[in-house]
Ligand binder design. Sequence first.
Ligand code: XMP
Length: 507
Amino acid sequence: AILILDFGGQYSQLIARRVRDLNVYCEIKSYKTNVEQIRSSGYKGIIFSGGPNSVYTEIAPVCDKQVFELGIPVLGICYGAQLMSYLLGGKVSSSKVREYGKTPVNFLESGALFQNIEKDSVCWMSHTDYISVAPEGFQITAVSDACPVAAMENGARKLYALQFHPEVEHTVRGNEILKNFLYNICGCKGDWQMASFAAETIQHIKDTVGDKKVICALSGGVDSSVAALLVHKAIGKNLTCIFVDHGMLRKNEGDDVENVFRKQFDMNLIRVNAQERFLAKLKGVTEPEQKRKIIGEEFIRVFEEEAKKIGHVDYLCQGTIYPDVVESGTGDAAVIKSHHNVGGLPDDVDFTGLVEPLRSLFKDEVRRVGLELGIPEHLVWRQPFPGPGLGIRIMGEVTAEKLAILQDADAIFREEIALAGLDKKINQYFAVLTGIKSVGVMGDGRTYSNTIALRGVTTSDFMTADWARIPYDLLEKVSSRIINEVKQVNRVVYDITSKPPATIEWE
Ligand code: XMP
């Protein structure tokens, strides 16, 4: 395994992800980790992460200098590089300007990390301090305009340092650089697989949870599903999943979730059919934020009630993934919508700890684990679905009748997109019941009925999105099927607004 010593850098998990992508197992630990513990764990290499501090500040995180004496190869990145220089007698200086962004860097041929890489390349820099003088015994292996020591190494002691970030994708040759370190210098073979992540995580849950009781909120979304299944494989029936069906899921979705988790995986699943309860609370409510709040609060309430029936539980399992961990760190962005995540923390359930087995994974890695565990493709590749469900895709008051109309129209749209082979190309697509009625003519008669809007977007992060260029012929097919098959709809429109200025959902 590789040890990533974390000095508080924002990219520590990204380093881990790159290492995993090169099929090498790694662990992230605090810079405070004891040297004896590192020695006895048999790591093949150590990577120092970046960090927000300067080595000269009082609060600078500093690891034990003995780590350089273990004979284990060390790669320092950014702050990690500066710290290596500082601890081994080199000089770190503060520049007046921050070097930030894509930066041309010149690799010297002698650098062991730069074997089989062209000499001039672009790297991602983000620093104010820099190594001005390399420690004795070190050789400079790369330079940039602002950095006399953009990289350095001491081959005899197997110590390597990079001022730039090889883990960030803007560093064009970052992957090869990491590969040279892991394969050539540390001697890793690259034979670790995501399957091992599942096995190791299940074992870890077994060891930490033991025979204690765990509950989780299951929604059928990929994150909570994979998290719950890992816990189930570890502790079996000591995990209880509560599936609050608020009646605003897509067509047949509730039954599908129940089938997969209860029948296929034999999990301890409690399904609460609470549509009536939710609709009673939503009666007469039309304001979008108010709808979101009501659904979010009611969800927690139903969950708490069910949890209470179980009695004392020790842990709450959540499908938190790495981007959630990072995003929840920023507190000052404007609130556009109050998001509600199924599985959000209830305040009235008595548990002592959280089990979050996916905290270190990115979405595509979660999907890989899900497939490994045998979760059906359609759940693993399920497109994002908002916690408040169809409740925010029906403009105006939500009723059972409107839900049924929207479910049918939405199911037709999704079916046709899948038949056309576009289901993985368009990142999110759904129908909206617009709340507009319009006049039409069908047969010889006048109609006055509902308008369905179709929405399809392409996006990589859901923060910005473009409307999907769905072929006209496909739109035509969906439109005529909806109008023929769904009573009470006589008009279909396609939403051609990007985000911004619109959002992906209509409410
Ligand atoms: P907007 O509409 O803000 O949506 O552009 C961005 C992405 O977030 C999803 N979304 C939600 N997801 N709980 C969620 O878990 C919510 O309350 C929620 N509201 C919106 C939306 O479907 C899109 O993928």
